[in-house]
Design a protein around this ligand. Structure first.
Ligand code: G3H
Ligand code: 13P
Ligand code: NA
Ligand code: ZN
Length: 328
């Protein structure tokens, strides 16, 4: 059935596990996520970004998710709108039947200019009033994450391994997070704890202290009833990077957030873990390898099927690692 995010995350908090929230753009991703959830008996959060809505169109995404609910009626599914940039955009998603929306008021409507606290509270509170009246959950964001636009954390905002600013200067402040939750009544809160969006998170192998675990603890202690959300949680699998580069790709050396660190975050209050890039990498690697090895093949179903398998394996691994397996 379609459920609200509040329902799933309350259960996750009660039983101390985390839920991966996978971005969805097409049929193959949807199948991969559902087959993995079915295999591991995990609840599902699927999220549609602005880019996904532009690519597939909101009605197609909606029906893709409803089709998943129909084919897997025993699995609870949250239909979540990722990174809404205005209350009007969230309202449209609510009208379409999304059971959860993110109002990201940390950025202006252009999706890249940082805003001030009062703006963020105003747009988020407006969205909460509207959403809660419809039984829809709301995720807000406070703090400064890496860029969505470029996917290059270092470029626009100076955050990241090559950036000029230190991550610690931009982490979410626990007092401000508590004030924000009190002022807006959000169900879930995205926090800046050292991650950034996209494939280019870190240019050197992670040394075991990527996430600001102490900061997660401090925030969780101040707002124990608000579910913490970690964006930019892809692990950037080195085996898939190698496959992509072996079969004609050119992706520079880059690293993501190690799964063990995410698991540590979950121990201290992180409940929703956003993953998009990892499925993109697996999908691209699978297609490059298949076409290189089968140069005469031209039936898209043949190589798209490879992407489903590649993405499904990653989904299974995350459901198991985060403790969501067996919780559906
Ligand atoms: O949060 C960001 C996701 O990775 C979505 O990216 O807008 O290119 O679909 P996208
Ligand atoms: P990644 O780019 O690390 O997969 O993060 C996705 C995300 O945070 C979507 O909101
Ligand atoms: Na932000
Ligand atoms: Zn995000």
């Amino acid at each position: 059935p379609l459920v609200s995010m509040r329902q799933l995350l309350d259960h996750a908090a009660e039983h101390s596990y985390g839920l991966p929230a996978f971005n969805v753009n097409n049929l193959e991703q949807m199948r991969a996520i559902m087959e993995a959830a079915d295999k591991t008996d995990s609840p599902v959060i699927v999220q549609a970004s602005a880019g996904a809505r532009k690519y597939a169109g909101a009605p197609f995404l909606r029906h893709l998710i409803l089709a998943a609910v129909e084919e897997f009626p025993h699995i609870p599914v949250v239909m979540h709108q990722d990174h809404g940039t205005s209350p009007a955009i969230c309202q449209r998603s609510i009208q379409l039947g999304f059971s959860s929306v993110m109002m990201d008021g940390s950025l202006a409507e252009d999706g890249k200019t940082p805003t001030d606290y009062d703006y963020n509270v105003r747009v988020t509170r407006t969205t909460v009033e509207m959403a809660h009246a419809c039984g829809v959950s709301v995720e807000g964001e406070i703090g400064c994450l890496g860029s969505l636009e470029t996917g290059m954390a270092g470029e626009e905002d100076g955050v990241g391994a090559e950036g000029t600013l230190d991550h610690s200067q931009l982490l979410t402040d626990p007092e401000e997070a508590a004030r924000f939750v009190r002022d807006t009544q959000v169900d879930a809160l995205a926090i800046a704890i050292g991650t950034s969006h996209g494939a280019y998170k870190f240019s050197r192998p992670p040394t075991g202290d990527i996430l600001a675990i102490d900061r997660i603890k401090a925030i969780h202690a101040r707002i124990p009833n608000t579910h913490l959300v970690m964006h930019g949680s892809s692990s950037v699998p080195q085996d898939w990077l190698a496959v992509i580069n072996e079969f004609g790709g050119q992706i520079p050396e880059t690293y993501g957030v190690p799964v063990e660190e995410i698991v540590e975050g979950i121990k201290h209050g992180v409940r929703k873990v956003n993953i998009d890039t990892d499925l993109r990498l697996a999908s691209t690697g699978a297609i490059r390898r298949f076409l290189a090895k089968n140069p005469a093949e031209f039936d898209p179903r043949k190589y798209l099927k490879e992407t489903v398998t590649a993405m499904r394996d990653i989904c299974v691994a995350r459901y198991e690692a985060f403790g969501a397996a067996g919780q559906a």
